[in-house]
Ligand binder design. Structure first.
Ligand code: SF4
Length: 424
């Protein structure tokens, strides 16, 4: 069969292969738009089984697709580029495109450096592939298509980002693009989201630059959940950057959940400042069992420096609310946050041990393209072995970003120590 579009989700780096196995919601949404418009598409998923594209060569269509679109993240960046190179040789007449949270902010660099890539999708690019196909794959006719950067006539053209549609205009995401049985086997908890973007503007986070805050109706959100329930999932991770960002939004969810007799369990991201007795009680009554909280640092000045709008002085009382309602919580911290010192890390370690979260992650500092930290490292005291750390798969073995207050060795040491301290 000849496909209009071939999607490829490359494998993660070797030591990250057992990390969360989550499909790309972006590819599922683009696939749904293509299906709605009569364009055939399929996915070759190298990610779920941890296979190289060459090993899955027999899964590739014999006839060339018109477009190949490759999902790229910090966990597979170099694998995605190798995949793009391999498929450009295999399908010389196809356009080769790439999408992801990092590549969105470095499209010109990628197009200059990697001649086998034809275009890079920028931010929410739900309709771009359909629009390119409608122009018969002629990038010279794509001047009016936003959210794409491409090569044309020896030049690189960046059309910038713009969103003039609502999430409710989109067809229900095609979750069956991925082999859901394989994902269910890996975990009965599926990822789903009801919004994109975040109302906060933390200087280390690229979510706000990637997408403005857009929400979809509960009806649409639950239609996607229904598909996943039919496929055997009974637990969900709401991957909204922050799910219950207003009490009103949570009430909308709870009304729909109760009125339609749902009983699934769910977990979501939640900002520290949004935790109130009322909100957590409501979440708990309506299926929530755990929240993921990006605390990042206990240093109030550091929070201010990186525009993390949370009142760290309230932290203990907010945690008490979670405990009162027996809400599990996953605390996420950044080791090497700008402004943090060894004393801050020692204090954090003791504090985390005291509050005993259900889970904790201690991520070493990274700087993401598209963020103030990446654009103005000096302002935040950021130092780097390599600002393009994501092009070196070793980034997950040793810190490549550090600060004027904390060396890479200290950051590596404390990320391990904090985990050990919490467990003993
Ligand atoms: S609250 Fe979380 S998702 Fe929102 S900008 Fe800050 S780090 Fe990013």
């Amino acid at each position: 069969m000849k496909y209009d579009v071939l999607f490829v989700h490359p494998q993660n780096y070797g030591n990250l292969q057992t990390y969360l196995k989550l499909p790309s919601l972006e590819l599922c949404q683009i696939s749904a738009v293509l299906n709605q418009n009569g364009y055939s598409n399929k996915l070759v998923d190298c990610f779920i089984d941890g296979r190289d594209i060459q090993e899955l060569d027999n899964m590739l269509p014999i006839e060339s697709p018109r477009i190949v679109l490759i999902y790229c993240s910090e966990y597979n960046h170099i694998n995605a580029l190798h995949t793009a190179y391999y498929l450009a040789q295999r399908y010389p007449n196809a356009l080769i495109g790439i999408l992801g949270m990092i590549v969105t902010f470095i499209p010109e660099y990628l197009l200059k450096r990697y001649p086998f890539i034809d275009f890079v999708l920028l931010g929410n690019a739900d309709y771009v592939i359909k629009d390119i196909l409608e122009r018969d794959n002629k990038l010279s006719c794509c001047q009016d298509i936003k959210n794409v950067c491409y090569k044309c006539g020896g030049k690189i053209i960046n059309n910038g980002m713009n969103y003039n549609y609502s999430l409710n205009d989109l067809p229900t995401s095609n979750r069956e693009l991925y082999d859901l049985k394989k994902y269910h086997f890996h975990s009965p908890e599926a990822i789903v989201r009801s919004s994109r973007g975040c109302p906060s503007h933390c200087a280390f986070c690229n979510k706000t630059a990637y997408s403005p805050l857009m929400v979809e109706s509960m009806k649409n959100f639950f239609s996607e959940i229904d598909i996943l329930i039919k496929n055997g999932f009974n637990q969900f991770f709401f991957a909204d950057d922050t799910f219950a960002f207003t009490y009103y939004r949570l009430l909308e969810f709870c009304d729909y959940y109760r009125n339609h007799n749902y009983s699934f369990r769910w977990t979501s991201n939640l900002r520290l400042n949004d935790i109130t007795d009322e909100l957590i009680s409501k979440m708990k009554e309506n299926g929530a069992y755990r929240v993921f909280i990006g605390i990042e640092t206990l240093n109030h000045k550091s929070c201010e420096l990186v525009d993390k709008t949370q009142n760290i002085l309230d932290l203990e009382s907010r945690i008490d609310i979670l405990k009162k309602h027996k809400m599990e919580f996953h605390a996420s911290l950044i080791v090497g946050n700008p402004g943090d010192t060894i004393e801050d890390l020692e204090h954090t370690s003791k504090f985390i041990r005291k509050i005993q979260p259900t889970l904790a992650t201690f991520n070493t500092i990274k700087v993401y393209p598209g963020t103030p930290l990446y654009d103005n490292p000096d302002q935040y005291g950021i130092l780097a072995e390599d600002m393009m750390w994501f092009e070196n798969p070793d980034w997950n073995k040793r810190p490549m970003i550090y600060t004027k207050d904390l060396s890479p060795e200290q950051i590596a040491f404390y990320s391990r120590k904090m985990m050990v301290d919490m467990l003993i």
